[in-house]
Design a protein around this ligand. Structure first.
Ligand code: IPE
Ligand code: IPE
Ligand code: MG
Length: 248
């Protein structure tokens, strides 16, 4: 019997989709609402997407960019609201994650998070660590350059103790020191709200990801639109530097 992942691959489904959830503030402004209302609506959109990805799409890996290492530059009240919202989100969803086989992990530096949220995350990661239906990674206080530097520090310290030999370090060996250790690279990266940039998201892992940009603001992003992104992905030819087609 082929596994779910093998069946998905045969159907040309991506194994790992990474989403930059952008446009909450503009969604709220368009309605004359405060930015925080946009974040609240964005959390509901994330909830729908996670359910759809796990239950209907059978996607093995989903990564959501929730708060960047640069988002601390925002007004203190917005940052505080976002930290509380994330805390609440994980608290509310944990029972469902446990029941539905969702494994939660976090990318980014937990050291910079408020104590309460850091502890909430730690407990949720621990409570779901044996789940294997959908691996949900939330990027929280995440910046790709910071992640790569942390990985270099870990690699250097492993080399200094003799756990690895510097000459043996290759791309696959280095990737083991990244926060995404054990996850496949994203096949498809989606960014909402019309911005066409990566904003320091998964710079290493995105080397061969297919990119999909939509003008839809994150709170309006629906499962149907995720399917449209997947369908666009399925119609692309990934060459990985080869010549493609039968000559690949
Ligand atoms: C994405 O929406 C959420 C976070 C970055 C936390 P934004 O808050 O960036 O919304 P816009 O881009 O200002 O519309
Ligand atoms: C990227 O969005 C970060 C998240 C979606 C969490 P931003 O809104 O922070 O990105 P910039 O500032 O427009 O590049
Ligand atoms: Mg934004």
């Amino acid at each position: 019997m082929p596994t779910l992942i093998e069946r998905g691959r045969a159907a040309g489904l991506p194994q790992h989709v990474a989403l930059v959830m952008d446009g909450n503030g503009r969604w709220a402004a368009a309605r004359g609402l405060p930015r925080t209302a946009g974040h609240q609506a964005g959390a509901r959109a994330a909830e729908r997407l996670i359910r759809f990805a796990g239950r209907r799409l059978g996607l093995p890996y989903l990564t959501l960019f929730a708060f960047s290492a640069e988002n601390w530059k925002r007004p203190a009240a917005e940052v505080e609201f976002l930290m509380d919202l994330l805390d609440q989100f994980i608290e509310e969803k944990l029972a469902e994650f446990v029941r539905e086989g969702v494994r939660l992990t976090v990318l980014g530096d937990p050291g910079g998070l408020p104590d309460r949220l850091r502890e909430r995350v730690r407990r949720a990661v621990e409570a779901t660590e044996r789940n294997d239906r959908l691996h949900l990674a939330i990027a929280l206080n995440y910046g790709a350059r910071q992640e790569i530097v942390r990985a270099c520090q870990r690699a250097a310290s492993a080399a200094s103790t003799g756990a690895i030999a510097v000459d043996d370090l290759d791309p696959a060996g280095f990737a083991r020191f990244l926060d995404t250790n054990g996850m496949p690279d994203p096949d498809l990266m989606v960014r909402t709200s019309g911005e066409m940039r990566l904003s320091n998201f998964l710079l290493w892992q995105a080397a061969y990801a297919e990119l999909y940009f939509t003008k839809t603001l994150w709170p309006d992003f629906t499962p149907a639109e995720l399917l449209a992104a997947v369908s666009s992905y399925q119609n692309r030819e990934r060459r990985f530097g080869g010549v493609g087609g039968s000559g690949a």
